[in-house]
Ligand binder design. Structure first.
Ligand code: OGA
Ligand code: NI
Length: 337
């Protein structure tokens, strides 16, 4: 294979061997059922204490939930998806101008997860962007499609507002001050992964993304409305989270698991691929300030277990995360007391 990215227009009739998972590590799609009671939280509900209670239940039992009436405009969402399709539909030479497999680059098109470190590749291309502060990063973003910068900037601002609102609700749901999480995380970074999962000749043999937890604080995922692919692990079983119109999927990330002293779980999730349709998703990640000290909240350590995790900085965590393979043990395990 010469093409560095999968979205090069080549149609594969067989899965190239470097993508084939060993027998013991395949998605076993026929065993996956639909997650029937995905918590769907209506942020437009006038009763705040009801929302807080639903968040507490969802984060304790699932580690993820969906939100509707979330305040991000329909127009911003639709235009974001449109421009994402526009970008991946560009000629491959145009896209490859942005190609890099160096995770420290702040704007890059890449493929799989960590091409240099992994032994088996994943059936995914992704455009990864740093998004905060916008004035610092927008100049290096793609200028093709021509409307890309403007549309994605607007989307990022709206999603950031939603992220802050959710962090307040999550703080309250842990019995902490409303601005607790925001204060601990400092001036948060914001990253985006525009994930493109091309048609895959043998979806049973590979992943778009294998099971992983997100290393950041909070993830706001926009799923392709037409094509399913996200699955979460619940009580040892993989369950499909089918797209809900007008909803975002919210994941608790590793940092909120640490900060909540393990009360809230950073959910294991994965993306599977399809033989008949490509799939797009847009993940927005809120990340602590590099030097933010992540530490279990004091009021949550006052039982017999004490602090489950040691204190660490986000920079320390993030470099550990990218030095590994995606589907190893939970990176947070390495920070246990
Ligand atoms: C991610 C992720 C899931 C999806 O980008 O971290 O988990 O459905 N994406 O694309
Ligand atoms: Ni993820």
């Amino acid at each position: 294979m010469d093409a560095k990215v999968l979205s090069s227009g080549i149609r594969y009739s067989d899965l190239p061997p470097s993508y084939v998972r060993p027998e013991s590590d395949r998605p076993r799609l026929s065993e996956v059922s639909e997650c029937e009671n995905v918590p769907v939280i209506d942020l437009g509900c006038p009763d705040r204490s009801h929302i807080v209670q639903q968040i507490s239940l969802a984060c304790t039992h699932y580690g993820f939930f969906q939100v509707i009436n979330h305040g991000v405009s329909k127009e911003a969402v639709e235009r974001m998806l449109e421009v994402a399709h526009g970008f991946f539909g560009l000629p491959v030479e145009e896209k490859l101008k942005l190609y890099s497999d160096d995770p420290s680059k702040t704007t890059r098109l890449s493929t799989s997860f960590n091409v240099k470190k992994e032994t088996v590749h994943n059936w995914r291309d992704y455009l990864r962007l740093h998004c905060y502060p916008l004035h610092k990063y927008v100049p290096e973003w793609p200028s093709n499609p021509p409307s890309f910068k403007e549309i994605v900037s607007r989307y990022c601002v709206e999603v950031r507002g939603l992220g802050y609102r959710l962090q307040e609700l999550i703080s309250e749901s842990l019995g902490l001050e409303m601005d607790y999480i925001k204060n601990v995380l400092g001036e948060q970074g914001q990253h985006m992964a525009v994930n493109y999962y091309p048609l895959c000749p043998e979806p049973e043999l590979t992943y778009g993304l294998p099971g992983h937890t997100d290393p950041n604080a909070l993830t706001i995922l926009l799923q392709d409305l037409q094509v399913a692919g996200l699955q979460v692990l619940k009580e040892g079983k993989w369950l499909a989270v089918n797209p809900h119109p007008d909803a975002f999927v919210i994941n608790i990330g590793d940092q909120l698991q640490a900060l909540s002293n393990g009360r809230y779980k950073s959910v294991w999730h994965r993306a599977i691929v399809n033989a008949d349709k490509p799939r797009m998703s847009v993940a927005s990640f809120l990340c602590p300030f590099d030097h933010a000290l992540i530490s279990p909240a004091k009021p949550l350590t006052e039982d017999e277990c004490g602090a489950v995790y040691r204190d660490f900085t986000y920079a320390e965590y993030y470099s550990k995360f990218w030095s590994r393979n995606l589907d190893q043990q939970h990176c947070l395990e390495l920070f246990k007391n």
